[in-house]
Ligand binder design. Structure first.
Ligand code: ATP
Ligand code: MG
Length: 152
């Protein structure tokens, strides 16, 4: 079964707007539709995880953006926030189970440190990757899914 990734992103964006009105969300315009053979529930879980992180780990009012692009044979979903960023030394480790950058602060926020480990294995199960680029004032997670998943 093929799923429209653009529609899946819009559904995740609608759910985010409803649950986190404290973080303004922008959906960046991209393709009108992008049909892939993927597991919609699992990919939705990945999107929800990344959007929840953007809200959970940034102060209220911090803008979040999400968008879909096609590049180099991959669909790329970019989830970005204008929060504090993630120190370079922690950027690889945030994908490890139970790893949180600021343990005291993250515990206050209720995180267990599992979200990115789960998201990363769900994406890898689709033959894709999650990349992270962050600096103070900007955290960008990019989920890449191969377009070769497109045809039956
Ligand atoms: P869980 O997702 O299990 O509820 P969590 O959010 O703490 O808990 P992960 O989603 O795996 O765990 O994230 C790991 C850590 O990476 C977070 O604790 C936080 O320190 C950091 N992090 C993740 N996303 C962001 C972000 N958008 N901005 C700043 N830090 C982030
Ligand atoms: Mg999380």
């Amino acid at each position: 079964v093929e799923t429209d990734l653009v529609e899946l992103v819009e559904l995740a964006a609608d759910a985010f707007r409803a649950s986190r009105p404290d973080h303004p969300l922008t959906v960046t315009p991209g393709p009108l539709a992008l049909k892939l053979r993927l597991d919609p529930q699992r990919v939705r879980q990945v999107l929800d995880n990344l959007l929840a992180n953007a809200a959970m780990h940034t102060p209220p009012g911090t803008p979040v953006s999400v968008g879909v692009r096609v590049r180099d044979g991959h669909a790329r979903v970019r989830i970005a926030d204008a929060g504090p960023g993630i120190p370079a030394a922690d950027q690889e480790r945030v994908f490890d189970r139970f790893y949180r950058v600021d343990k005291a602060r993250s515990r206050d926020r209720g995180g267990s440190g599992l979200g990115l480990a789960v998201a990363s294995s769900l994406v890898r199960a689709h033959g894709g990757t999650i990349e992270l680029a962050a600096e103070p004032g900007s955290t960008v997670f990019t989920v890449s899914l191969p377009l070769s998943l497109t045809r039956p």
